[in-house]
Design a binder for this molecule. Sequence first.
Ligand code: UDX
Ligand code: UDX
Length: 462
Amino acid sequence: MVKKICCIGAGYVGGPTMAKIAEKCPHIDVTVVDINEARIAAWQSENLPVYEPGLLECVKVARGRNLFFSTEVDEKIAAADIVFISVNTPTKTYGVGAGKASDLKWVEACARQIAKVSTSDKIIVEKSTLPVRTAETIRKIIVGSENENSMQVLSNPEFLAEGTAMADLENPDRVLIGGETTPEGQAALKALVEVYANWVPRERILTTNLWSSELSKLTANAFLAQRVSSINAISALCEETEADVDEVAHAIGTDSRIGSKFLKASIGFGGSCFQKDIYNLVYLCESFGLPEVAAYWEQVIIMNDHQKYRFAQRIVKSLFGTVSSKRIAVLGFAFKKDTNDTRESSAIYVCQYLLTELAELAIYDPKVPASQIYRDLGLDENGKDAEGRSLVTICDSAEEACEGAHALAVMTEWDAFKIDQLDYKKIYGSMEKPAFAFDGRNILELDKLREIGFEASGIGKP
Ligand code: UDX
Ligand code: UDX
């Protein structure tokens, strides 16, 4: 019977996932540990480090009851029956596999730490997205240690999407758990199934072998990203042919074999997972001698980069070939709505492109702090670039950002930017003329903007 869970990594995945487990399993003590003291302090406050609708409410139900946040990593690992590894696994920036392979140094460090401090049997669960066969590495590190206890490694990838994480955790399409086929592996698997069965119907808890589970996570993200790149590819063609990409998406999405989700054309996908996981897959294929398979998946990223470039380029072209010294209002900076996460956000690329063209950017995002935007754009804490220029202003509202601007560009589909939420007439009045509107998320009705007087364009829209 599982009594204590420890999760290493209090990030976007570890925090919300453990909060939900604690809420649903009052009989299990759940502690989330992290080496980052400020992050742990924030988890203990009203001001959580992760913005996610419904998260604070969920944390409040369990915090102090059976949900704890701590920096005492060794002690909490030692006490746990199950240890989740939920640390970050960024794309390697150095050495072999740079730019593609996952950097597993944090995961390896966790495995070594678990091996060092454990004095009882444990189930180790990979929650981080990892290359296939990482469980073997973890196991080798642990078996190679002096520790005599029994350790089982399970793979339990996370499928939550930011912005809807709490709903995804409450009511998942499926929970996937991979384990070894040995009796010990199966017993560990059963123990984790029992935890989820406290609120997830049994038929939605899928169990597989370890390698299928690891590969399924990469495959799921690759398929999702591929859909976005596919519709974005079609959006480029729509712009040449006067077809409307939203109409095409609806028409194909009503075919039940295709389905309607993940067909929204955009400035390109962002987020911490899609690009990293596809590169991961590409690297795996290359290292197993499958170059054609690798090239097939890499094209999803090439298409995504092209989509970001097309959007940025269109802004410059439309503004008569130069944006130098022109104010451009950037509405939204997060990689999608309802999150404060900016990792791999397409807005970063587009802004950087415009900055190299010496545009003056007025950026507003309802949840992303100025310090984060400066960091993402490679500016100092006062928003200055390496040459001491201040080309970026962070604004407190969309209206403020648009004042005096030559163009506005929607980068994130926040509801607050919709046509009935903002006074676009007033905004138009405050802008330089001709006033351009570039909707990178297709959330604005272009005909209404055009009626007001805007030179308006969307993605894949006539
Ligand atoms: C997760 C997954 O782990 C990643 O593999 C997946 O692809 C995306 O989601 P996420 O929760 O978003 O990552 O990462 P992040 O918000 O960066 O949180 C990771 C936390 O782990 C950080 O707070 C970091 O301080 C902590 N950490 C890292 C440790 O506590 N110990 C370490 O050794 C390394
Ligand atoms: C994704 C997966 O959905 C989730 O299952 C996995 O665990 C982590 O990675 P996340 O990155 O949080 O989740 O968000 P997601 O909703 O998948 O969106 C990713 C990106 O694709 C965003 O930038 C989003 O704006 C974009 N997107 C999504 C589109 O451009 N069009 C779409 O139709 C859907």
